[in-house]
Write a protein that binds this ligand. Structure first.
Ligand code: C2E
Ligand code: MG
Ligand code: MG
Length: 444
């Protein structure tokens, strides 16, 4: 398609948009002006893009692809990127409003980008609703890397844009080679992670949960580790975020739940039926949102033979905050099955104890960031005291996470905290060491 034909098409689209606005009773307003202006700028940008693409010897097909992307403007997607050469001439402009408002700015450093973001931050009206949007912008400069193909420039701008999103969105990031290294490392980790289940590389470790009323082990929290063939034993923090991002957490989390239930049942068959009372397994927000979660858990309990009353599922406050009514239904179903529920890392999210009262939660796990400070500061001690008292009033038991010293333990006992967990008692252990520990019947 040549420039003229393309211009015609853009003009047609402009008229359609204006028609739509009028149909919806939106008067000639600044909103309409912005859209008209934006399309005019799009037109200019496309002319520049076509000229630039000639210079770059881009194929007609690549230009056509770009044109297709511009049509996404109708969706008002909030993110975009803009690529310029050293002189600030636009070489490529990906879809979206961000690009459009920035098109007249040729120099992509400092002030212009801040302006683009400020403009986009302003609310606008769509169908009578006030809509807010932000822009995450990635910039790649052809002057900093010796690019051979335009696609490489786009790839790097894209990487920088994802970095901007990762760092909190509504910001811009300039591409640098570290980002490339990070992206490669992440891709490598993802491909390793995909194969880790088949290669049986995951391990469940067990950290004791101690009953402070009986002074003995109540059960274990199952924690997932990865025996990576080259990197050694990896902590959950090294791979669970990526597993969540890629959706691999569904199969990995399912495996962990199955393995923990299987292990406890195996211990019971080998020793006695009360070998441990409880096994706690973490369930992330993403796992919780699976439509067939209940069926999967039922299936695991059926196949391992573990009774539901042994299982505790640890969820975070975010599950409740972000799922609302849907969460209530799922939690009630789990409760009806006989499974106990606990709130993990309490104090780090945005829920209040009052809100949790509406959910069938039996144990509140206070995050270790609070516990680590109790002995040093009387204010922290008071906060813990209030949480414990309120949790008790609401019918919940309290578990203190990350107990590391006997002073902390003594204070928690004084505050009538029911359970504790932490390196003071034991670090997470592999299954055979955990089994041996139970056999010694330790007391604290
Ligand atoms: P979490 O559920 O809050 O687990 C407790 C974390 O605190 C564990 O970290 C444990 O090793 C650590 N910890 C326990 N006691 C102490 C202590 O006294 N001092 C210190 N400094 N740390 C202590 P870990 O094993 O690195 O696990 C991190 C997180 O990964 C877990 O936090 C949980 O959110 C997640 N996770 C672990 N396994 C699974 C899993 O199977 N599925 C899902 N979805 N998430 C998991
Ligand atoms: Mg946990
Ligand atoms: Mg925790």
């Amino acid at each position: 398609m040549n420039v003229d034909a393309f211009s015609q098409e853009i003009k047609k689209l402009c008229l359609q948009i204006q028609g739509l606005l009028q149909c919806n009773g939106i008067k000639a307003s600044s909103q309409q002006d912005i859209i008209t202006e934006a399309f005019e700028e799009l037109h200019t940008a496309m002319e520049e893009l076509l000229t630039a693409s000639e210079e770059l010897k881009l194929t007609r097909a690549a230009v056509e692809k770009e044109r297709q992307r511009y049509q996404d403007l109708f969706e008002f997607a909030p993110d975009g990127y803009l690529v310029t050469n050293a002189a600030g001439i636009i070489l490529e402009a990906n879809y979206t409003a961000a690009t459009l408002l920035g098109v007249h700015q040729k120099h992509l450093v400092g002030k212009p980008l801040i302006r683009i973001q400020q403009e986009l931050k302003l609310p606008f009206e769509l169908d009578g609703q006030e809509v807010f949007t932000t822009a995450s912008i990635g910039i790649a400069l052809s002057s900093t890397v010796d690019y051979k193909h335009p696609e490489e420039l786009l790839r790097d701008a894209d990487t920088a844009m994802y970095r901007a999103k990762f760092l909190g969105r509504a910001r811009y990031e300039l591409f640098n080679s570290d980002m490339y290294a990070n992206t490669l490392a992440k891709l490598q980790l993802e491909s390793d992670l995909r194969r880790a289940i088949e290669r049986l590389e995951f391990r469940v470790y067990y950290q004791p949960i101690v009953s402070l009323t009986k002074d003995s082990i109540l059960g274990f929290e199952a924690l997932l580790y990865w025996q990576h063939p080259e990197r050694g034993l990896l902590n959950p923090a090294d791979f669970i975020p990526l597993a969540e991002e890629t959706g691999l957490i569904y199969s990995i989390g399912n495996w962990a739940l199955h393995e923990a239930c299987r292990q406890v049942q195996a211990w019971r068959m080998c020793h006695h039926s009360n070998f441990i009372e409880k096994i706690s397994v973490n369930l992330s927000l993403k796992q919780f949102s699976q439509p067939d979660l209940i069926e999967q858990i039922r299936q695991i309990l059926r196949s391992t033979g573990l009774d539901a009353s042994t299982l505790v599922l640890e969820i975070t406050e975010s599950v409740i905050v972000e799922n609302g009514d849907k969460a209530t239904a799922v939690l009630l179903q789990l409760q009806e099955m006989g499974i106990e529920l606990s709130i993990d890392d309490f104090g780090t999210g945005y829920s209040s104890l009052g809100r949790l009262y509406n959910f069938p939660i039996s144990v509140l796990k206070i995050d270790r960031s609070f516990i680590s400070l109790i002995a040093s500061n009387s204010k922290n001690l008071e906060i813990i005291e209030i949480i414990i008292t309120l949790a008790h009033k609401l019918g919940m038991d309290v578990l203190a996470e990350g107990v590391e010293t006997k002073e902390q333990l003594a204070l928690l006992r004084k505050l009538n905290c029911e359970y504790a967990q932490g390196n003071f008692f034991s670090i997470p252990l592999n299954s055979s060491v955990a089994e041996a520990l139970i056999m010694t019947n330790p007391r604290w």
